[in-house]
Ligand binder design. Structure first.
Ligand SMILES: C[C@H](O)[C@@H](O)CC(=O)C(=O)O
Ligand SMILES: [Mg+2]
Length: 444
């Protein structure tokens, strides 16, 4: 029975702000970053668990300290004791009596939990010799459900119901898996429409996207209404009206402002308005949805939904028409699976969020699991793709025909190349030292 011998946490940052990649109405200069975790064991098989949580620059150092503070719960633990009763371990991690005060189950401490839990799933999948999606799809319903902590959600979804839902979808699973292996999981592209891009850059990226076969494009809005009208107009000019456009305000507006702005942008026929207002405001989202749904505009949210409880309330209140699970915002795969199941129960499509470093790597697994084992539907379902930083991963995502090609390598696709880990470590990695020398960033 292997034992966990070590957990290392790294502060990795990428200088994306230099070219406004990833910029939006609230995060105007993001340096895509992550708290990165490597778990080692005494198994002697050379396998390590690599996991990460996405952050945006300076906050990373706080997340890394939180990861280090939680590591005592893992080091010295037998792997089987974790995987045989994963929900209990997950609860131990999220309910540790001194650490939970700085959560609970939200913010920095939950981002740190996600990095650790994602690394544990990567290790589990590697030990089974399967990509994570396959590990999830092959798992007996009872075993998978035993990984979920149902505390706070059993009023809408019980363990027994979850098992029943998964059992019902056993039929046809092999066909859906085959279909996914042949066609991949459908995606949309975000990286044509970051807020800080010039008009020329947006046009160029739309044209390249169309040439590559993309049919769904997301554009950032929210900073200034007149500018949003101009940007949406130019994107429609480029992609035409047969293709799909989504807009994303990254929480910039009040509730009434969201409605007013979207009434103005409705002429551009967006499929959804994403994160119009505070990610905690379930009733506000419901008010917005009520006003905009008659215009054919859905509300999408989730990348900053801090945990399964907020998702539960969003679903109960009718606050979202597109459920954007995030692989790092919540406490890793265990909690994400619970939200995928709740969304299915409410009949709401899951469209994972992936704008950040490493997120595309992970959500491809989660989207496929949703289709094969839970929803059995692709209606209104599409997974985000943002074309940045994939080259840093050992098993980088592959996109073909605007769809994710299913990963085949064992693990959660989260392992970065050693040279990326050393080069982008902040502030001592070679890349950062060079950037400081060139005066592009100021050394801390
Ligand atoms: C700061 C990130 O780039 C954010 O804008 C991503 C996002 O909202 C999305 O991908 O959606
Ligand atoms: Mg977004």
């Amino acid at each position: 029975m292997p034992t966990i011998t070590g957990l290392k946490a790294y502060d990795l940052r990428f200088p994306t702000s230099l070219e406004a990649h990833g910029s939006d109405a609230m995060h105007t200069d993001p340096d895509y970053s992550c708290g990165y975790v490597v778990i080692t064991t005494d198994a002697g098989d050379g396998l390590e668990g690599h996991g990460l949580t996405f952050t945006c620059g300076r906050g990373t150092e706080v997340v890394v300290v939180a990861i280090q503070s939680l590591s005592f719960l893992l080091v010295g633990k037998k792997l089987e004791d974790i995987y045989d009763d994963f929900s209990s371990f997950w609860r131990a991690l999220t309910s540790e009596s001194q650490m939970r005060w700085i959560g609970p189950e939200k913010g920095v401490i939950h981002l740190a939990t996600a990095a650790i839990v994602n690394a544990l799933w990567d290790l589990w999948a590697k030990r089974e010799g399967k990509p994570l999606w396959k590990l999830l799809v092959d798992m007996e319903p009872e075993k998978l459900v035993s990984c979920i902590d149902f505390r706070y959600i059993s009023d809408v979804l019980t363990k027994e119901e979850a098992v029943e839902m998964l059992k019902k979808k056993q039929e046809g699973k092999a066909d859906r898996e085959k279909e996914m292996l042949e066609k991949g999981y459908p995606a949309y592209i975000t990286s044509a429409g970051w807020l800080g891009y010039s008009e020329d850059e947006i046009r160029k990226r739309c044209r390249e996207g169309l040439a590559q076969g993309w049919t769904r494009f997301k554009v950032k809005v929210g900073a200034d209404l007149a500018d949003d009208v101009r940007r949406c107009g130019l994107i429609r000019e480029e992609i035409g009206w047969d293709n799909t456009m989504m807009v994303d305000a990254n929480q910039r507006w009040d509730v009434q402002e969201s409605i007013d702005h979207m009434l103005r942008l409705a002429e551009f026929k967006p499929l959804w308005i994403e994160e119009p207002t505070s990610p905690d405001d379930a009733l506000g989202h419901a008010t917005i949805a009520k006003a905009l749904n008659p215009l054919g505009i859905g509300v999408a949210t989730g990348e900053q939904c801090q945990n399964r409880v907020i998702f539960k309330q969003m679903l109960q209140a009718g606050g979202l028409q597109f459920c954007q699970i995030d692989s790092c915002r919540m406490g890793g795969v265990n909690e994400v699976v619970s939200v995928i199941l709740m969304a299915a129960k409410f009949g709401i499509p899951v469209c994972p969020h992936a704008g950040g470093v490493g997120l595309c790597q992970m959500v491809q697994h989660l989207a496929v699991f949703d289709y094969v084992s839970v929803s059995a539907s692709l209606d209104n379902r599409v997974c985000e793709f943002a074309d940045h930083l994939h080259e840093n991963f050992k098993e980088a995502i592959v996109i073909k025909n605007a769809s994710y090609v299913l990963p085949k390598a064992a693990g959660y696709s989260t392992e970065m190349k050693p040279e990326s880990i050393s080069g982008y470590q902040y502030p001592n990695g070679a890349v950062w030292q060079q950037l400081f020398k060139e005066g592009k960033f100021t050394a801390p």
